[in-house]
Design a protein around this ligand. Structure first.
Ligand code: BGC
Length: 729
């Protein structure tokens, strides 16, 4: 955006504001949900009482309402039309957590681009995405929508997704307004229970929970949504510090803030305010420009301005930001959707992208005796078992309001095509749904397995078990699936689990019973062909975990960037619970920080993922052992493909700042590169660490790079052991 156009835009906004009545201003601050043919809605639009719609997805219906706004309302201000387009519209890509597992933000950008194009063709011009809540709690259902546990990885995805939705030019017909949500700290909800309060020290907020939002603001995100949650005693929707001091003053955000669904009236339910009147004041003062679906602004603001409790100038400021985005979106010049100008939803190219995204989201967690890839030439029979092998709906995941189920290709359909004349298939569901408690299908499943050379079991969680308000206290495989896995395992056939889920599950009860685990999240429309390609070796797995997998739910939160504690555990400290002698003295197991029944390591570490080849690391090099403050240091290492197949390695750089005025995490991700290597090939991969990338927020919330000793590791996951060190001095 040039200065000249910003200038014009500001002039046009000022001119418009000067003509608006208070009621019309408050109208712009209202986002309304309603049926397109509702006379009430149409009358409200004509009266200038509606600024935005929510949840209408029909281009014709939206165009009709837009005509009323543009031609019948006094000032002709066009409407925004918002919708949750979270991981695809008609064509569904992997859930955001799955996309994060690709460690390929550029691919996520392309997915967001396609989602925007499909949504724009249906009249949607505003999406409530990207969701940028870093979280370390897999019990939380919304981890499915999140970019995972790491602020650096999340920030890379934030930038990519904003560019994807908004395109290069927000005024283009295929661009839609993005919305960074939920501001802020939502992912720290206590006990992983949705909407629960959060307590986050301010410097931790800045170091962990806010970077992804700041990245979105830097990338030009036009809107931000408040979180439902209470942050340190002040619910986000009434939090002036967050929305004024941080978002606008410190970060220079110039777009607008929308509340979450009815989160303004909820301020009094939280107990921050006594009633709607106070809630309106709190939200407006905090800088919430638009209210989603509830009518607290509409009902309360007129009297508050009249009584002088809120200045009309403050309302003007809130409305101006909304109008500016409408201008930037080009709505005043072209308010209508012309679907014919945009590519058809679900076209072959979009499906190819969905397949690629699904492929890159798959994480191979276990592969004993190289049971994968399956050689289609040598097996004569294969069992496909499980409730998720052939369920088009359940492979899509949460937030798929507009998905086209007819586009879906399931794993069973893809495997059947491969089987064709080559080998026989024995199919059994085993259990009705992932939650079922009935065992009636076990016999059929065991029978299928007995008749087969190898067993593929599609288990996990149905879509409804993750997402908003769908939290779990027990994150084992639900229902009787564990039992089914163990029963099949008893037969001694090579057993591969393909797990679809909206979160990391605790897999300790099944991991030893199977030969391989391919973690598929909810892969979306093209789950089938993507999974089949990896299982049968047409493609190699490339995904890496964007979040730590606990052994047991009681370890949560467990994440790679934890603090060291004053009593860090060592592997030799951990004595299996049952081996502790009876009547042992109090200190006999050592006083270090671990769980007697789970140790201190995760089941699978952040950044982990196997491939069909093997990578080794050597010769780590630091450009300078003493780095002057402000200077850049280069860290590099050689990575070699030791296996027989080409493969893609996600080379990761971790850093530890040994001494800080605020203690620093034992490892922080500071960079990653995706590197393709032929068998036997070696490449040196290098990373630059600037002073900024070593900085953190201290107790006074100053961003500082403190002098001192640093360790740096390069490797294939967060437990990498190849280390070097340097000093900032
Ligand atoms: C969710 C938001 C979503 C909004 C609109 C709320 O319940 O928290 O993420 O964008 O609904 O559907």
């Amino acid at each position: 955006m040039t200065d000249v156009s910003t200038h014009c835009e500001n002039d046009r906004v000022a001119e418009l504001l000067a003509e608006m009545t208070l009621a019309e201003k408050i109208g712009q601050m209202s986002q309304v949900c309603g049926e397109p043919d509702s006379e009430r809605l149409q009358a409200a639009i004509a009266a200038g009482q509606v600024g935005a719609l929510i949840n209408l997805v029909d281009a014709e219906a939206i165009n009709q309402l837009q005509t009323i706004a543009v031609e019948k309302s006094r000032l002709g201000i066009p409407l925004l039309a918002g919708r949750d387009v979270i991981h695809g519209f008609r064509t569904i890509f992997p859930i955001p957590l799955g996309q994060a597992a690709s460690w390929n933000p550029e691919l996520a950008r392309q997915c967001a681009r396609v989602a925007a194009i499909e949504a724009a063709a249906h009249g949607v011009n505003w999406t409530f995405a990207p969701m940028l809540d870093v979280t370390r709690d897999p019990r939380w259902g919304r981890i499915a929508e999140s970019p995972g546990e790491d602020p650096y990885l999340a920030s890379q995805f934030a930038t990519a997704l904003v560019h994807g939705y908004q395109g290069d030019d927000l005024g283009a017909a295929d661009a839609i307004v993005a919305c960074a949500k939920h501001f802020a700290g939502y992912g720290a909800c206590e006990a992983g229970r949705d909407y629960a309060a959060t307590f986050i020290p301010e410097n931790e907020l800045f170091n962990v929970y806010l970077p992804s939002f700041q990245a979105a603001v830097d990338a030009g995100v036009a809107t931000v949504m408040t979180s439902f949650s209470d942050l340190n005693g002040v619910p986000a929707t009434g939090n002036d510090w967050l929305m004024r001091d941080v978002l606008r003053e410190q970060w220079g955000f110039s777009g607008f803030v929308v509340s979450d669904w009815r989160s303004i009236p909820q301020l009094s339910i939280h107990g921050l305010t006594a009633d709607d009147r106070q809630s309106a004041v709190a939200a407006a003062r905090a800088g919430v420009n638009m209210e989603m679906t509830s009518a607290v602004y509409r009902n309360q603001l007129p009297a508050l301005v009249e009584a002088g409790e809120l200045d009309e100038a403050a309302i003007d400021e809130l409305v101006a930001a909304i109008l500016r985005i409408k201008f930037r979106l080009g709505l005043f010049d072209q308010p209508y959707t012309r679907p014919a100008d945009l590519p058809k939803a679900g076209n072959a190219q979009f499906l190819d992208l969905a397949k690629q995204a699904a492929l890159e989201s798959l994480v191979l967690l276990r592969n004993e005796r190289q049971v994968l890839p399956v050689d289609a030439q040598t097996i004569s029979s294969l069992a496909v078992i499980g409730p998720l092998a052939d369920d088009a709906h359940e492979q899509l995941g949460t937030w798929v309001f507009d998905a086209d189920p007819d586009l879906c290709q399931t794993p069973l359909s893809a495997i059947s095509r491969i089987a064709a004349e080559r080998f026989s298939l024995h199919v059994a569901r085993g259990v009705e749904t992932t939650r079922s408690l009935g065992r009636d299908g076990f016999d059929q499943a065991l029978d299928a397995a007995k008749k087969s050379d190898l067993v593929l079991m599609f288990v996990g969680e149905e879509s409804i078990l993750s997402g908003e308000a769908h939290c779990r206290a027990d994150i084992n495989l639900p229902g009787v699936q564990e039992e089914l896995v163990r029963a099949v395992a008893q037969l001694g056939k090579p057993l591969v689990l393909i797990i679809m889920a909206g979160r990391p599950l605790t897999l300790s009860n099944v991991v030893e019973h199977c030969d391989a685990i391919l973690y598929a999240w909810h892969p979306g429309t093209m789950a089938g062909p993507a999974i089949a390609d990896v299982l049968f070796g047409a493609r190699s797995p490339v995904g890496r975990l964007p979040v730590t997998f606990p052994r047991a739910v009681g370890q949560i939160p467990i994440y790679h960037a934890a603090r060291n504690t004053g009593k860090p555990p060592r592997p030799e400290d951990v004595i299996p619970l049952e081996e502790i002698p009876a009547r042992s003295p109090q200190t006999s197991v050592g006083n270090t920080s671990y769980h007697l029944d789970a140790g201190f390591t995760p089941l699978f570490a952040f950044g982990f993922g196997l491939t069909y080849t093997r990578f080794t690391y050597a010769n780590i090099h630091v450009s300078s052992a003493r780095v002057p403050p402000g200077a850049t240091v280069e860290i590099s290492a050689e990575v070699t493909n030791q296996g027989q197949r080409a493969g893609l390695e996600v080379v990761q750089l971790y850093v530890r700042d040994l001494v800080g005025s605020v203690t620093r995490p034992v490892r922080e991700l500071k960079g990653f590169r995706r590197v393709r290597l032929e068998p036997g090939e070696t490449k040196r991969v290098s990373f630059e660490l600037t002073s900024e990338s070593l900085a953190f927020f201290d107790r006074q919330l100053r961003r500082v790079t403190e002098p001192g000793q640093f360790h740096a590791w390069i490797g294939g996951n967060s437990q990498a052991s190849l280390r070097t060190e340097f000093e900032v001095a």
